[in-house]
Ligand binder design. Sequence first.
Ligand SMILES: C[S@@+](CC[C@H](N)C(=O)[O-])C[C@H]1O[C@@H](n2cnc3c(N)ncnc32)[C@H](O)[C@@H]1O
Length: 429
Amino acid sequence: MATARGSRYLLKIGRWRRSFGIAPQFRALATLVPGVSHVDNKSDFLGKRPHRRHPGILQLSCVRLPQALADAAQLLLLEGAMPNMEKQVQVLTNYLWSRHLPVEPEELQRRAVLLEKKILENADSCQMEKHQEEVLRALRRTTYHWQKLSYNEGLSLVYMAARLDGGFAAVSRAFHEIQARLPEFQPQTLMDFGSGTGSVTWAAHSTWGQSLREYMCVDSSAAMLELAEKLLKGGSGSGMPCVPGVFFRQFLPVSPKVQFDVVVAAFSLSELPSKADRTDVVQTLWRKTGRFLVLVENGTKAGHSLLMDARDLVLNGKEKSPLDPRPGFVFAPNKKPKEEKFSLVILARGSPEEATRWPRITQPVLRRPRHVHCHLCCPDGRMQHAVITARRHGRDLYRCARVSSWGDLLPVITPSELPPSPAQDAPES
Ligand SMILES: C[S@@+](CC[C@H](N)C(=O)[O-])C[C@H]1O[C@@H](n2cnc3c(N)ncnc32)[C@H](O)[C@@H]1O
């Protein structure tokens, strides 16, 4: 229901639309959120900083691989001398980006029943065996065939060439968010599930190298573990590792007794063959999480969907850790930066009040003359489309909104935190 105040704003927006040609898809959505009229100045959040560096900005403009890692990867590629490397990198990249989730057995069964019904409707009932074969053939033809990748020595090298930089950048962005919002958080231990080339370890070392003293890399592929270890040692099997305190394991330790400050699964949940396997692993990872569980996947529908399942699993509390009863909350939702498209969820243990409760921008910010469109995901989970102007909302909020981007936090008090005003209670006019 639009409020009286909201209706007036809608009229004004109508005028803007006519004068500045806002795309039609925004017309139906545009409302001015009543609560987004207050910049969150409780804590003098800007201090002496300019608006373009307000503390809600979480972008990483450019991420570089550490030189030692880039050099070691180059060396291994030269030594590997694999034929058609570029072609193989392209094929793997295409495969990973177009990959769907595996079809679950129940879904397969449902499709088989439907196909059988259809075939039987137009067939001779005495040829039962023939019909069953026909169902299987049709099922094979129409069902996405998910394949488990076997990361042997060759594929591990191709994966490194294809994904080392992108994976490192995506995970660095996730760590940067935690560090920017909680600078006092100094993790000592980290576990990386499906550690592959070890890019998570390198990104964690770049972010919290001063405090981290143990990195546990878990990967079922012996070839990947060997490659990660070589990368740490400058591309050779011997020598001192660039990052101290890294341990390699082929199996995920399931005991909840030992927790890690940060637990990560980057591009690994999508390697598991079924929802049941993913559930199992997410539950184990959450049990092992002392503070943050960081899950990263490709910025695709499949990646997003499996992260939402993982998030719900943790938030709905189906997973009860016998030793750690603290509930989970979402510390950061999805975002898609320009160069590397990824889905991200960071779950944290403890109380959500500890984290900043500003709304997050969930779409590209539309900067128009004298007003800005921001799509916001508010701390209470509601989605809002705010149209922010300097006249209505003040110069600080307007300028902060203008310099913010998709994925940033907007430093405003959102409606749920404000007592309802008489105008908000008024019926639609
Ligand atoms: C796509 S790679 C991701 C590597 C790395 N996390 C990154 O960001 O580049 C997925 C890794 O998960 C590993 N993996 C797959 N199933 C696993 C399992 N059940 N337990 C441990 N590791 C697994 C694979 O061997 C592979 O190295």
